[in-house]
Ligand binder design. Structure first.
Ligand code: ATP
Ligand code: MG
Length: 231
């Protein structure tokens, strides 16, 4: 209970002086420098910036998939940069939904099974299949439950990935170019869905995007330039 009280006062996300550098031979390349950002609960934040500015790297660190060289990231008040993998996997399963540039669907599973997967892995209440069906229906794929990823278009795969990210009702959804492979109509659908889920469930969205329509819909925009937050 104390944990709940603590998390209710903390921001959904807080990044403090996050740095990431990699060694190439003798040269150290700084990918992120002193990145500071905060996102409140229920907020829709966009991360924008030119190609190579560090958006995907930052999202990877926020999601706890990558470790920063310096600094800290708090999700709901929990420092994910100092956490062991097993514990982190639990936080990701319970609190974070992710959609990547490449959709990362499991090729041998059907659309329905892909969406059920995170429910089966973690401890989540209710019937996994009916929740997965409802979420796929919400993204307009009620007619594609049994298709495997290679039997789906790019836009359909993207929507399965979004359904999979939302099905666990995560507190935070992190998306890397969710509309990058979609045509205008499907981009609008995804944006519409994000808005609906945000309004109905108070989910926090952190979205890296080149899409001006998505960026304009955000309540907070973080501009990255050469690995650092531009004023
Ligand atoms: N694992 C890695 N090894 C080497 N360099 C990397 C690695 N990951 C990222 N980089 C470099 O870090 C910089 C930032 O990359 P990142 O993918 O975060 O950019 P981005 O803003 O997401 O770009 P895009 O808009 O093209 O997706 C790039 O210059 C990239 O070459
Ligand atoms: Mg990227």
């Amino acid at each position: 209970m104390q944990q709940d009280q603590q998390t209710s006062v903390a921001e959904a996300l807080s990044a403090i002086n996050v740095g990431k550098s990699l060694l190439f031979g003798r040269e150290r390349v700084e990918i992120l420098k002193d990145v500071r950002m905060k996102v409140n609960h229920g907020e829709f934040a966009a991360i924008v910036g030119p190609s190579g500015s560090g958006k995907s790297t930052l999202l990877g660190i926020i999601a706890g998939l990558d470790t920063p060289t310096s600094g800290q990231v708090f999700i709901d008040g929990i420092d994910v940069t100092r956490m062991r993998e097993a514990q982190l996997a639990g936080v990701r399963n319970q609190k974070i939904g992710m959609v990547f540039q490449a959709f990362n669907l499991i090729p041998t599973l059907t659309a329905l099974e892909n969406v059920e997967a995170p429910l089966a892995i973690g401890r989540h209440p209710g019937d996994a299949t009916s929740q997965a069906r409802a979420m796929l229906t919400l993204v307009g794929l009620a007619h594609r439950f049994k298709n495997r990823p290679n039997q789906l278009s790019g836009g359909e795969q993207q929507r399965v990935a979004i359904a999979r990210a939302l099905v666990t009702r995560p507190a935070i959804v992190i998306m890397d170019e969710p509309t990058g492979n979609l045509d205008r109509a499907n981009s609008e659908n995804v944006l519409q869905m994000i808005r609906e889920v945000q309004r109905e469930t108070g989910t926090t969205f952190i979205i890296a995007t080149h899409d001006a329509t998505v960026a304009e819909a955000a309540q907070r925009t973080i501009h990255l330039l050469d690995g650092t937050v531009a004023a």
